[in-house]
Write a protein that binds this ligand. Structure first.
Ligand code: ATP
Ligand code: MG
Length: 419
């Protein structure tokens, strides 16, 4: 019979890898807690309109990459391609905007985009994201950037570069838009089909196009920083000062515009060159207009999304994957039928006391059991035969080559011995 395979571009995270994922997840939760960000979990699918209005239908993410389907009642739903729009909807729907400000939220979720699978790019992927609502000040931008930076440092990464830019607010946008339109119009016939189509509607998107011809043309396009209004300029200057004051290095990179329509003002990326073409580990910025654009109140916001698989690649490249202990605390190897039921109960009692204990449930020989205990990474092995059961004492072997000691067959004595 045909074997069924996982859908293209998806990932099985196997037990051998899960320790690393949990290590990263723990680091994320720790950094979020230290920075006062609380976890939020959103639905895996939302009304398609949320992403069209929130993220923008001229973006690649919404225009080309979304998994959209019609529900039985005829409504259009989409698997979430990113987290910011869903959080914004939730902030409005649950009235979180009326609570204490700033509102600091984070998520660790899976997202879905129908992209061409390659290294660092899959169709289901995971992001750690932060969303800070209720402050328009540069300190808020600085805080989310510092949070991401702190995570990289906590994980030991040294080859991460922070790139920042400002793409201006609705006040500076018209003059910039005009300059861009004038510039790109000269090359209109050379642009890819998508960019030619979206040029009039949103010339900014051409700057983020991945096609080599468009990105070549975009290199010499007018820079947002030359078109900032006074407010945006001083905001950007203060952000830089806060980063300088906190000792965080950055590059001002005018080519960073981000691929989603909701960004205004500050945008930033953290890149790791060693991980190849998909070098952006984290991307974010300010999106002051988002809440109102999906029916909420006017409220400034800033945040980022960080790709977990790219983070893992960066850790591997810098040899920073920690040795993680796995396996049980103790394997109880019974010899004979009597011993077998005794061992079964003892393992049960140890587990009830919080010790990870295993025993034979496959009817194996002692030799095969020892082999299994070794493979399973047992820290200690206790061999229990009929004699041992009678005497109430057995030999405890330290599997890391330590000494063998006699231990009484009671939960307390065993816990004491393996402590
Ligand atoms: P890229 O330019 O690499 O396509 P993006 O601008 O589409 O990234 P965002 O939407 O800002 O990315 O998402 C933030 C982060 O999530 C990215 O920097 C990346 O680390 C990760 N990410 C995005 N898309 C994918 C994907 N298809 N597979 C794995 N990680 C992804
Ligand atoms: Mg993308």
């Amino acid at each position: 019979m045909n074997r069924i395979q996982k859908p293209k571009g998806t990932l099985d995270i196997l037990p051998a890898d899960i320790g690393l994922w949990q290590y990263i997840e723990n680091a994320v939760r720790d950094i979020a807690r230290i920075n006062g960000f609380q976890e939020i979990r959103m639905p895996t699918f939302e009304a398609t309109e949320l992403f069209c209005r929130g993220v923008g239908d001229t973006t690649d993410v919404v225009g080309k990459e979304m998994y959209t389907f019609t529900d039985k009642d005829g409504s259009s739903l989409s698997l979430r391609p990113e987290g910011t729009a869903g959080v914004a909807r939730s902030v409005i729907e649950n009235g979180l905007y009326a609570g204490a400000m700033p509102l600091k939220l984070f998520y660790l979720s899976n997202f879905f985009r129908r992209e061409k699978p390659q290294a660092g790019r899959s169709r289901e992927f995971w992001q750690f994201g932060t969303e800070l609502y209720g402050s328009s000040r540069p300190e808020a931008d600085a805080q989310v950037i510092l949070l991401a930076d702190a995570l990289f440092k906590k994980l030991g990464l040294t080859k991460v570069t922070l790139r920042i830019n400002s793409i201006g607010c609705p006040e500076c946008r018209p003059s910039y838009r005009k300059a861009l339109l004038e510039y790109f119009s000269q090359f209109e016939s050379e642009l890819c089909d998508t960019c030619r189509e979206r040029l009039q509607k949103n010339p900014l998107r051409v700057l983020d196009c991945k096609s080599p011809i468009c990105s070549g043309i975009a290199k010499n396009a007018p820079k947002t920083l030359e078109h900032l209004c006074g407010g945006c300029e001083s905001h950007f200057e203060s952000l830089k000062k806060h980063l300088d004051d906190c000792g965080v290095e950055y590059i001002v990179d005018p080519s960073i515009v981000r691929g989603l329509d909701y960004y205004t003002g500050t945008v930033f990326e953290f890149t790791v060159d060693s991980i190849g073409a998909q070098s952006t580990v984290c991307g974010g910025g300010r999106y002051d207009g988002l809440l109102a654009s999906i029916g909420g109140p006017e409220m400034p916001a800033v945040g980022f999304g960080m790709g977990i698989t790219r983070l893992i690649q960066a850790l591997k490249d810098e040899n920073l994957v920690p040795e993680l202990a796995s396996g049980c605390d103790i394997y109880i190897a019974p010899l004979g039928d009597n011993a077998s039921s005794g061992a079964f109960v003892l393992a049960h009692k140890l587990r009830a006391a919080g010790v990870s204990a295993e025993t034979d449930i496959c009817g194996r020989s002692l030799k095969a059991q020892m082999k299994y205990a070794d493979k399973a990474g047992a820290r200690y092995v206790l061999v229990v035969g009929d004699n041992e059961l009678e005497e109430g004492v057995a030999e405890l072997r330290d599997m890391r080559g330590g000494e063998r000691v006699k231990v009484a067959l009671s939960v307390d004595a065993i816990i004491e011995a393996i402590k």
